[in-house]
Design a binder for this molecule. Structure first.
Ligand SMILES: O=C(COP(=O)(O)O)N(O)CCCCO
Ligand code: NA
Ligand SMILES: [Zn+2]
Length: 305
């Protein structure tokens, strides 16, 4: 069933499990997400960035909301990294049930103003809101403490931000970063900071940049002709600890991008004569489904629908 983000994330925080929010750009990614969540009887979030909206538009939004409505588990359609009030409202008109307003690059007061505007409009229409405070960015070990503070979410500020905006859930900067290169080796995750913020806020917390960038997928990507540098992602243990302490939504895009690329590239490499798109799109869908299943189990969402 199609539900709001709040209906999925409030139980997740209370139940100390994480719900992955996967980005989609087409039918096969959306099927891998929703069909696998149904198989594992897990709640799940499907998210579209503004780039995905440009790429797939109302066609893609309708595909997601129709599949969500027919699903046997709770599914929300979430706007990822909405950049303005207008973008958030447009997404709501397109059928989204959860919207992020990402004004975290603005000074605090402007972030509050922009976020509060979206919260008032979205709540008037029964839609949930995600906001962000702090600067996402890989924290290299060598970074000195005060620089880390400049990046990471300040607990006291977070309390004030939530009080002044009314956001339903909050994306916090805790050491993760977007993409396949999250830092040399195991990225630094500031668990004490997560735990402090969670002790002061009872709304669901969101971790962006949470792809694991698994070594076996990276190896297969290279073996099938892909080129990628020294890629690293967030360790499962770090995510499992974070969801025990207040993180409820876990954003994953890179892992599905890599899986879709590996699934397709292996078909091109193994069967160069093949030109039935269902062969490589189907192979991609299968590998993405494996990744989705792994995440749902690893984060504890399996069986929670
Ligand atoms: O936080 C994330 C996902 O982060 P990751 O790149 O670790 O999958 N997102 O918001 C997805 C869009 C960012 C570009 O991929
Ligand atoms: Na988001
Ligand atoms: Zn993000």
């Amino acid at each position: 069933m199609l539900v709001t983000g709040k209906e999925i994330l409030v139980p997740a925080r209370a139940g100390h499990y994480g719900v992955p929010s996967f980005n989609t750009n087409n039918m096969e990614i959306t099927q891998a997400i929703i069909h696998t969540a149904e198989k594992l009887q897990a709640p799940v979030m499907v998210q579209m960035s503004e780039g995905a909206i440009k790429y797939g538009g109302q066609d893609l939004a309708n595909l997601v909301t129709d599949m969500a409505q027919r699903a046997s588990v709770p599914v929300a359609l979430h706007l990822d990294h909405g950049s303005s009030y207008e973008s958030a409202l447009k997404a709501i008109k397109m059928g989204f049930t959860s919207v992020m307003i990402d004004a975290s690059h603005h000074p605090f007061e402007e972030n509050v103003r922009e976020t509060r505007r979206v919260v008032e409009a979205a709540h008037a229409m029964g839609i949930s809101v995600e906001a962000e405070l702090g600067r996402l960015g890989g924290i290299e070990e060598h970074i000195v403490v005060d620089e880390k503070d400049a990046f990471l979410t300040d607990p006291e500020e977070a309390v004030r931000f939530v009080e002044e905006t009314g956001t339903d859930y909050l994306a916090i900067a805790i050491g993760t970063s977007h993409g396949a290169y999250k830092g040399k080796g195991r990225p630094f995750i500031d668990h004490p900071r997560i735990e402090k913020i969670a002790s002061m806020l009872d709304i669901p917390l969101v971790a962006h940049g949470s792809s694991g960038v698994p070594a076996d997928i990276i190896a297969r990507f290279r073996d099938a002709g892909g080129e990628i540098g020294d890629a690293a992602g967030i360790a499962d243990e770090d995510l499992q600890r974070a969801v025990q302490h207040g993180i409820a939504k876990v954003n994953v895009d890179t892992d599905l991008r890599l899986a879709m690329s590996v699934g397709s590239r292996e078909v091109f490499r193994n069967t160069p004569k093949e030109f039935d798109p269902r062969k490589w799109l189907g192979s991609a869908r299968d590998l993405m489904s494996e990744i989705v299943a792994y995440k749902l189990k690893m984060l504890g969402a399996a069986g929670k629908a």
